[in-house]
Design a protein around this ligand. Structure first.
Ligand code: FAD
Length: 327
């Protein structure tokens, strides 16, 4: 295996996403064991300043592809730039985020490079100098170890599954400007408009506190109470797949195997039974509080604090009590 470890950074609106720092921290550890370098690829428009942050988290070289063409994520444009870089520099390992865009990019790129791709990894290690990537299978019930037959070994990494090191602003690293030479007419998509999230909504993956609602809410209006609770606590709003499938809340709020993996300090599950597929996305939360009227609900098996009761009675009391504490 070649010994350089690369990370494809994700940035949104000029801010590097947390998962990028988690990948850089892990890449640093792997590269040190392989006596290799950490390379980071930063794509976007007006993003060059962010390269220093990547160096602080462990990158030795940051390839900055700063171009209007890369302002918004587009599969063709991003794939072409990354493909050229990887073919030219030949890293042994390439990590991408298991986010919506990262998953899209990784699949396309792996196909172009004819490389192996382990998706949704939660842990990485080296055995005899070879990468072993661990990923959940069967709804998070089992873990599979994946090994790679050839370079580059590509992995997408689930946000909040790897530890983030402390940044070191004194670290030195090389920042390399990369010219973007794609022809616009070869890029098959144009971004016409970006619909912003409702004002004030906190992103699930970065949230310190999450209040999630499930089928136990009964109908879509139940999320009014969840949102009120979340607003009071400064929390993000999550949901089970049952609530999403019922059309009560958009998919971007879904937590679980086929939704987002979250790791907040506090996760409050309201009217969620605790199916394996839901637990796969939130069980590493520091503190879990469950509100459920069924004392046998599996969610109580992972909860640090369980409240058996009707969420429509319990949550208003919690809001009132919280207001008294912060008043
Ligand atoms: P239910 O299981 O119906 O539970 C509702 C709970 O609310 C019950 O425990 C009930 O006691 C309680 N309740 C009812 N009324 C009240 C009340 N008034 N007050 C308090 N409690 C009340 N699920 C996910 O969440 N995320 C995923 O990413 C995901 N991916 C999946 C992938 C696959 C391949 C498959 C097969 C399934 C997936 N699922 C996922 C679905 C999962 O198996 C469950 O069906 C789902 O999580 C159930 O959602 P729920 O807990 O809201 O609903």
């Amino acid at each position: 295996m070649k010994n350089n470890v690369w990370v494809c950074l994700e940035q949104n609106d000029g801010k590097i996403a947390g998962v990028s720092f988690e990948m850089l921290s892990e890449a640093r550890k792997l590269a040190d064991q392989l006596s290799g370098k950490v390379g980071a690829v930063l794509m976007g428009a007006g993003v060059k300043e962010l390269a220093k942050e990547a160096v602080a988290y462990g990158a030795d070289e940051v390839y900055v592809c700063d171009d209007e063409q890369l302002k918004n994520y587009r599969t063709d444009a991003y794939t072409r730039v990354l493909e050229d870089l990887v073919k030219g520099k030949e890293p042994g390992i390439l990590l991408l985020p298991a986010t919506t865009n990262g998953r899209d990019l990784a699949g396309r790129l792996a196909s172009r490079l004819e490389a192996g791709l382990a998706a949704d990894c939660v842990a990485l290690r080296l055995e005899d100098g070879q990468l072993v990537a661990t990923r959940p299978i069967f709804g998070g019930n089992l873990m599979a170890d994946v090994v790679f037959k050839k370079d580059p070994a590509m992995c997408t990494i689930r946000p909040n599954s790897l530890n983030k090191a402390d940044p070191d602003a004194t670290r030195g690293g090389e920042i390399v400007d990369v010219a973007v030479v794609s022809e616009e007419d070869k890029i098959r998509t144009q971004v016409k408009e970006i619909l912003a999230k409702a004002a004030g909504e906190i992103s699930l993956t970065d949230a310190q506190i999450i209040v999630s609602g499930g089928r136990g809410l009964g109908d879509a209006s139940g999320f009014d109470l969840i949102r009120e609770f979340a607003k009071e606590l400064g929390a993000a709003v999550g949901a089970s797949r049952a609530a999403v499938d019922a059309g009560w809340i958009p998919y971007e709020h879904q937590v679980g195997q086929t939704g987002k993996t979250v790791g907040p300090k506090l996760y409050i599950a309201c009217g969620i039974s605790g199916a394996l597929q839901h637990l796969a996305g939130m069980k590493t939360s520091d503190v879990i509080v469950a509100i459920n009227k069924d004392e046998e609900a599996p969610i109580f098996g992972v909860a640090n604090y369980g409240i058996v009761g009707d969420l429509y009675k319990v949550i208003p009391i919690m809001i009132e009590e919280y207001k008294k504490v912060v008043a």
